[in-house]
Ligand binder design. Structure first.
Ligand code: ZN
Length: 245
């Protein structure tokens, strides 16, 4: 069983469509959605409508999904995020608002091998940036492979006993879950990458081979930026897509 792993799409339909087109070379795979379908980008309805048409094996919510559908007041957001949450709430169709409202909180075990979460297995809103964060997340994980999002950057860490090491998440190179270790992996963000590489990022999970592989794909960034400007969203949200920050 293989699946397509998509996180932090952030209402970027141009990035999502390129990712889906690129991913056809892996076969017709069901989706695992790790949250933040919307927020920041200009096309929340197009993104949710597209995902509805596809086979979604499992999906969880992100903090921006909660804010957009009224489950959270977005109090912790910075100004650009708050402005985009208000925009998203205003334009969402009733059906798509309901779709976001019904997304469960992570973590969610999707198999004996894998669980998915937005931030960490112990707190859907916590970020994994450093070694301590990774250790806490791996200790809280209920499966050998924990896939997460929220930071918008590819990340890999492995815990063997008390020993943590970081893994290089290079496009096209599979990370394998071995018997003696636990893996914590972020395959990056589809719609708002922040690792300095503006290309959209996604993953392919192979349950049988026990591997997770990250892929990067170029998409028409200027089209996504134009949509953000046309929607009257903050310029910074357009600019950062070009920088991958
Ligand atoms: Zn996000």
């Amino acid at each position: 069983m293989r699946s397509l792993v998509l996180s932090d799409i952030h209402a970027n339909i141009d990035a999502l469509d390129r990712v889906l087109a690129d991913a056809t070379r892996h076969g017709d795979l069901p989706l695992l959605l790790l949250g933040d379908l919307v927020g920041y980008g200009a096309e929340p309805n197009a993104v949710i409508d597209r995902l509805r048409d596809l086979a979604v094996a499992a999906a969880i919510r992100g903090n921006h999904d909660r804010a957009a559908c009224g489950l959270d007041d977005g109090e912790d957001f910075n100004e650009a995020a708050r402005t985009s949450a208000a925009f998203t709430a205003r334009v969402l169709t009733a059906r798509n608002r309901e779709y976001l409202r019904t997304l469960p909180a992570g973590p969610l075990a999707v198999s004996d091998l894998t669980e998915i979460c937005h931030g960490t297995p112990f707190d859907e809103d916590a970020y994994v940036f450093d070694e301590m964060d990774a250790v806490y997340a791996l200790r809280a994980a209920s499966r050998p492979l924990c896939l997460f999002g929220h930071t918008h950057a590819p990340f890999g860490a492995r815990l063997r006993g008390e020993d943590l090491d970081f893994l290089d998440v290079a496009p096209g190179e599979a990370l394998t879950v071995t018997a003696a270790a636990r893996l914590l992996v972020n395959v990056g963000s589809v719609g708002q990458p922040r690792d300095g590489d503006p290309r959209a990022s996604y993953g392919v999970l192979d349950e049988e081979a026990r591997t997770i592989t990250c892929y990067r794909v170029e998409y028409p960034v200027e089209r996504a930026q134009a949509r953000i400007r046309e929607a009257g969203l903050p310029e910074a949200l357009a600019r950062r897509l070009g920088l991958g920050r």
